[in-house]
Design a protein around this ligand. Structure first.
Ligand SMILES: O=C(O)[C@H]1O[C@H](OP(=O)(O)OP(=O)(O)OC[C@H]2O[C@@H](n3ccc(=O)[nH]c3=O)[C@H](O)[C@@H]2O)[C@H](O)[C@@H](O)[C@H]1O
Length: 425
């Protein structure tokens, strides 16, 4: 008697049964193979989807940055304090113009510095990367991420225990606010609040020094501008977000005991500057033989700015950090009053825009092709002029570089960085 197995495999009766059985076997074999393939494909798809959602999730939270031991080590090394009574500073916007200069100056004197920057494309990302490389060469690590990524900020605070935050990340530019208003809300309002939330919850709370702007004086006519002057008539959304920042930081000082210093910068310029600013874009156009547009106020009055050289502003930032005073709170609880300060960081000698162009022409040895147009209603103010006596009194702030000298240094840097051949820009 054949066994059941033999029966099924090798049936005694030929014909239909045998064929049926073979068919059944092939059918069964191919169904199970298909089933296995299907399972395999489902597994692959599921793992791909899981991986994607993990990556997306991490992109929005910043987790991707701190999954590696190597990343943590870079933060720790960069935050290392190398002088007695030194500070450990988180510099936001460290790949930016002012941020990169302040980071280098702090590192040079032995403070710990860790940067954070989102490397957005508001202007030439290659310039930001070049600044980053310069900082890296000097032992400063920049975490790539946005100040709205609270998990990334929490991780940085967890590793480095910052004593100070130098908050320079912002959506800058007065006129661009009409093109992209939301970017100002994202960085200058939402990003600021995220940073303050993390700062006030930190043990110990750091002191916060941050960049406000001369634009908060808006349409004021009394000169020079003093910190006690009214600031309730902003002429641009940029100015409005900086003014809002001053009020938002005040509430964190009041409720949580966070030490806060706001610095009103006056048209900061110099080497490694911002390509969107007039002195920079004029230089590029003059070298390329392209015309420049110079705005004029009512009745053909020239616009004027209290142009302030970067090295002077850096001294002001460091003076502010050194005198900031401690935050009093801890873990979100206030333990006493903490300093709340606001200072103008200007140059105290405004220069008209056509005069600034004349200086560029002299340094570049090229005549500019000038188009004068009436100032469009795009957020500009006619003039700025800083009274700096508060900063002088508090931390000896004293600008020493006039516009002629500062632009000479800028032009020298510009030509060494971009060269005379401007075709590639
Ligand atoms: O102190 C500030 O708080 C701000 O300073 C800077 O703003 P502004 O003082 O407006 O500098 P900037 O654009 O260089 O224009 C300079 C002059 O050139 C005029 N200007 C400008 C462009 C142009 O094509 N033509 C022209 O005449 C223009 O009308 C103006 O009179 C920062 O960008 C800003 O982020 C903020 O920090």
């Amino acid at each position: 008697m054949p066994s059941l197995e033999e029966e099924l495999m090798f049936p005694s009766t030929p014909g239909k049964f045998k064929g049926q059985n073979r068919h059944f076997h092939r059918c069964f074999a191919s169904t199970s193979t298909m089933f296995l393939w299907a399972l395999f494909l489902i597994a692959i798809t599921a793992s791909y989807l899981c991986f994607q959602s993990f990556m997306d999730n991490n992109k929005s939270t910043g987790v991707r940055y701190f999954t590696s031991h190597h990343w943590e080590k870079q933060v720790i090394n960069s935050a290392q304090i190398r002088r007695t009574h030194g500070m450990s500073v988180l510099v936001t916007g460290a790949a930016g113009f002012v941020g990169s200069h302040v980071s280098l100056a702090l590192k040079k004197r032995g403070d710990g510095v860790v940067g954070i920057d989102n490397f957005n494309n508001y202007y030439d990302v290659l310039l930001k990367k070049a600044r980053k490389n310069l900082l890296n060469e000097n032992g400063i690590f920049i975490a790539e991420g946005d100040i709205n990524e609270s998990k990334l900020l929490l991780k940085l605070f967890d590793i480095a225990k910052f004593t100070h935050v130098m908050h320079l990340a912002a959506q800058a530019g007065v006129r661009y606010a009409m093109e992209n208003p939301n970017s100002y809300i994202h960085s200058n309002i939402a990003g600021l609040v995220t940073l303050l939330e993390v700062s006030k919850n930190a043990h110990p709370q750091p002191a916060v020094v941050w960049a406000s702007s001369s634009s908060v004086y808006g349409l004021n006519e009394k000169v020079p501008f003093s910190e006690s002057d009214r600031t309730d008539r902003p002429a641009s959304l940029y100015a409005a977000t900086k003014k809002a920042g001053e009020e938002i930081t005040h509430t964190y000082n009041h409720i949580y005991g966070l030490s806060v210093t706001g610095l009103r910068f006056f048209t900061v310029y110099g080497p490694w500057g911002r390509p969107d600013m007039a002195y920079f874009s004029f230089t590029r156009n003059i070298l390329q033989g392209k015309p420049i547009t110079i705005y004029r106020g009512k009745n053909r009055v020239d616009l004027a700015r209290d142009f302030t050289y970067i090295d002077d502003v850096v001294k002001g930032c460091i003076g502010s950090l050194d005198t900031s005073g401690k935050s009093t709170g801890s873990g979100g609880k206030k333990r006493g009053p903490a300093p709340y300060r606001i200072f103008n960081l200007g140059n105290t000698s405004p220069v008209s825009v056509p005069m600034m162009v004349g200086m560029l022409e002299k340094h570049l040895k090229i005549k500019a092709k000038k188009n004068f147009v009436v100032m469009p209603g795009n957020g500009d103010v006619p003039f700025t002029h800083a009274n700096i006596s508060s900063a002088q009194k508090e931390f000896g702030y004293k600008p020493t570089t006039d516009l002629q000298t500062g632009l000479k240094k800028f032009v020298r840097w510009y030509l060494s960085y971009y060269g005379y051949n401007q075709g590639k820009l």
